[in-house]
Design a protein around this ligand. Structure first.
Ligand code: LLP
Length: 463
């Protein structure tokens, strides 16, 4: 197929409000390093490699769709966070973004801690040997069994999220003859500039206890009275995919304000604050995320200033990045199955995966980029919508992107920045088999999560 086969091929300006989306890139073969993982490159012959391996060979060996995770990039990002925050702070990787035993081992080696939010994540963390004291358990409705397991294992902290949970954790810890370290999750009343479903610091939502109106202060009062609990601090997570530091700064100020109130009322200085995760990443060339050192500098400055003003010792700070560590380190490789041009509208490119391996476009209107990676092309840009093979029209992977007009069945295309919340939110919709995660490093590729099989599906279906 060539451009001449698309005489009335859709042009960008025909179908999108002007200024809403970028013009086609100058070079469709270029791979913008802002959205691709560090070791992805296209060599002079046009071959795309990751960790030194040809993506065409990877597709042959591991099949498509598949996620390829760049281990060097993952480790480099862990180190950047550790170095940015330094020895007086803790970096907890948020396992919900993507968790596997290999990832847990990398985290342990890079001296990160781990935030888990379910019994399943806790099991994975413990199975891979993460020391329990470096694990934090989260969740707005942890089961009694999950709490008991965490207490038994000796997790470093449980972040309590309601009045009932304060009592529940205290009771379970006391029964186990332990004193559990806890933080209280508070909502600081910040409107994070992100999608409604991933904003978590405004008051009208399910997480945390609001500072405003005194529920957070009341939670502190109750927690301090219970023998089974050692209240060590306050936790705030304002949301996800956030690009400016101002929301974090407001959160830090308000959290320190609560510590000052606690000191005034109880004579106790809580030694820790956690400001959560949420730093955004580049999904497209238009995104301009902050670096870990920028956020570290801003947060440290504001915490130190507020503590000095309140006469408090500076508490130990922790943060919980998920997306900003794993998001940029992986791409999803798909094979093109059909290319359907709708004259005057756009071209629909169907791939062998879809909303089962990336629900983020359908759920949050997320933007992604895409590139042809099995060859180069000099064809003109074609406004494309990359769609999956599922039985619904909302099954969109990349809403609007330019691909070369000679794109054809059998071509491989890759969607970068799918390391976070893609495999971890993958489903079996239409009995799709969830793709593998293949870790790539220094010319070696190994499966760290294998592809699901029809046998796996049938094993759960007990007839
Ligand atoms: N800490 C807590 C308490 C959280 O709830 C979260 C994310 C994080 C840290 C990590 O946030 P991150 O740095 O990854 O933004 N499924 C959505 C994101 C939901 C995030 C839930 N909590 C998405 O695909 O965008």
């Amino acid at each position: 197929m060539s451009r001449s086969a698309h005489p009335a091929g859709p042009r960008y300006a025909d179908v999108l409000p002007e200024g809403h989306h970028p013009a086609p890139p100058a070079d469709l073969n270029a791979l913008d390093p802002r959205v691709w993982s560090r070791t992805v490159a296209r060599d002079a012959a046009g071959t795309v490699t990751v960790g030194g391996l040809d993506v065409g060979h990877l597709a042959e060996e591991f099949g498509t769709p598949a996620y390829f995770l760049d281990e060097d990039d993952f480790r480099a990002r862990c180190r950047a966070w550790r170095e940015a925050f330094g020895p007086d702070a803790d970096v907890f990787y948020a396992g919900k973004a993507f968790l596997s035993r290999a990832v847990v081992r990398w985290l342990a080696e890079e001296e990160l801690n781990l935030d888990v939010c379910s019994g399943g994540e806790l099991s994975t963390a413990l199975a891979a040997g993460m020391p329990a004291e470096r694990i934090a358990l989260h969740g707005n409705n942890k089961s009694t069994e999950e709490i008991a397991r965490a207490v038994e294992a000796g997790v470093g902290r449980i972040v309590v999220d309601s009045f009932q949970e304060i009592v529940r954790v205290a009771h379970i810890a006391q029964k186990a003859g332990k004193r559990q370290r806890v933080q209280i999750r508070v909502t600081v009343g910040v409107e994070a500039h992100t999608h409604e479903f991933i904003a978590t610091a405004h008051e009208d939502q399910k997480f945390g206890l609001p500072l405003a109106g005194g529920q957070a202060a009341e939670a502190v009062r109750r927690a301090l009275k219970l023998d089974g609990l050692e209240l060590v601090g306050v936790h705030s997570h304002i949301g996800s995919q956030i690009f400016d530091t101002s929301g974090f700064e407001v959160a830090a100020r308000r959290v320190v304000g609560l510590l000052a109130e606690v000191r005034d009322e109880h004579g106790v200085e809580l030694p820790e604050i956690d400001l959560g995760g949420g730093l955004g990443i580049a999904y497209t060339s238009e995104d301009d995320p902050r670096e870990p050192h920028e956020i570290a500098t801003a947060l440290r400055a504001i915490v130190e200033r507020e503590c000095a003003a309140a006469g408090l010792a500076v508490p130990r700070l922790s943060v919980e990045p998920g997306r900003a560590i794993v998001g940029p380190t992986a791409f999803t490789l798909y094979e093109v199955g059909t290319v359907k041009e709708l004259p005057g509208l756009r071209t629909y490119v169907s791939v062998d995966g879809g909303m089962s391996d990336n629900i983020r476009t359908a759920l949050y209107d997320a933007d992604y980029s895409v590139a042809l990676v099995s060859r180069t092309s000099t064809a003109e840009p074609m406004l494309s919508r990359v769609v999956g093979k599922h039985c619904e029209s909302g099954d969109i992977v990349v809403r609007d992107a330019f691909l070369p007009a000679d794109l054809a069945p059998g071509d491989l295309i890759a969607v970068p920045a799918t390391g976070a919340y893609c495999r971890s939110m993958a489903s079996n919709y239409n009995h799709a088999l969830r793709p593998p995660v293949v870790a790539v490093k220094d010319g070696t590729a190994r499966v760290i999560v294998r592809r699901e099989t029809e046998e796996d599906l049938l094993r759960l279906d007990v007839g």
